[in-house]
Write a protein that binds this ligand. Structure first.
Ligand SMILES: Nc1ncnc2c1ncn2[C@@H]1O[C@H](COP(=O)(O)OP(=O)(O)OP(=O)(O)O)[C@@H](O)[C@H]1O
Length: 250
């Protein structure tokens, strides 16, 4: 199926937040220590990271290394203990909660290992939500969500609720929701980790196709080195440090 047939990359009327070049996310000297009562858990300190427009980056690392923590900080879902995150050139710490939420909704898409779709809403309604939150009306949200759900092969499941979809279908609906605002960057935390091998490959290929067609940057946390190898850059988080992994090492 070509991009034109699938509808991917054929949405000229939608504006991406980010220009086609430059850095989409930049983190400078990022540090995070979880502090609850007497418990202090330092995860990392002084991490630098960036992802360019259209670039795809894999983040590897052992369990507990801090990959999800890093992704949450990059996406503005948690606050760093030190350092700064810039999304689409905007300093996250300088924004109000509302402005940060809006920037996140417009510029970023999130896909998790577990789909996090809202169970009481249909696939279509779930995919419409980010557009509605961005201030567009129902007709616009509905047409964009439908086009994207069709592009991920769910045109025949629009009215199904998450509990009425297969695992792969749920994950594809989550990808559609993450991309419906045509974000500059998608942050994926083991987005295919909960799927069987064949379905995982389908969802992964879909994300790469969207990256190619729309120049959406991807930052994917994964344990799967075969998937990581397909991305432009592979980084490993180890002992609180982020290091680039050479292609022949992956
Ligand atoms: N809310 C929290 N409070 C205290 N410690 C936390 C909290 N969240 C995570 N941690 C600790 O921070 C460290 C990093 O956790 P994180 O979830 O980022 O790891 P990860 O690399 O994504 O692991 P996995 O691959 O197992 O998902 C872990 O040691 C974890 O126990």
């Amino acid at each position: 199926m070509s991009n034109r047939e699938s509808g991917i990359g054929n949405r000229d009327s939608e504006k991406q937040v980010q220009p086609a070049t430059g850095e989409v996310i930049r983190a400078e000297r990022l540090g995070k220590t979880y502090a609850e009562g007497k418990l202090h858990t330092p995860v990392f300190d002084g991490l630098d990271f960036h992802v360019d427009a259209g670039e795809t980056v894999a983040i590897l690392g052992a369990s507990g290394a801090g990959k999800s923590t890093l992704l949450h900080l990059l996406g503005g879902l948690d606050t760093p203990t030190s350092g700064e995150v810039y999304v689409a050139g905007q300093k996250m710490s300088a924004l109000s909660d509302a402005a940060r939420g809006q920037l996140r909704n417009r510029a970023l898409g999130f896909v998790y290992q577990f789909h996090h779709l809202l169970p009481e809403f249909t696939a279509l309604e779930n995919a419409m939500l980010p557009v509605l939150l961005g201030g567009s009306g129902v007709p616009e949200a509905s047409s964009r969500a439908k086009a994207l759900l069709e592009s991920v092969g769910l045109g025949h499941r629009l009215e199904h609720k998450p509990g009425e979809l297969s695992g792969g279908e749920r994950q594809r609906a989550a990808v559609a929701r993450a991309l419906v605002n045509r974000p500059a960057c998608v942050l994926g935390d083991e987005p295919t980790g909960n799927l069987d091998e064949k379905t995982a490959a389908t969802v992964f290929e879909l994300m790469l196709e969207l990256n190619r067609a729309q120049r959406t940057s991807l930052v994917l946390v994964t344990h799967d080195r075969r998937l990581a190898r397909r991305l432009d850059r592979v980084l490993e988080l180890h002992d609180g440090k982020l290091r680039q992994v050479a292609r022949d090492e992956v």
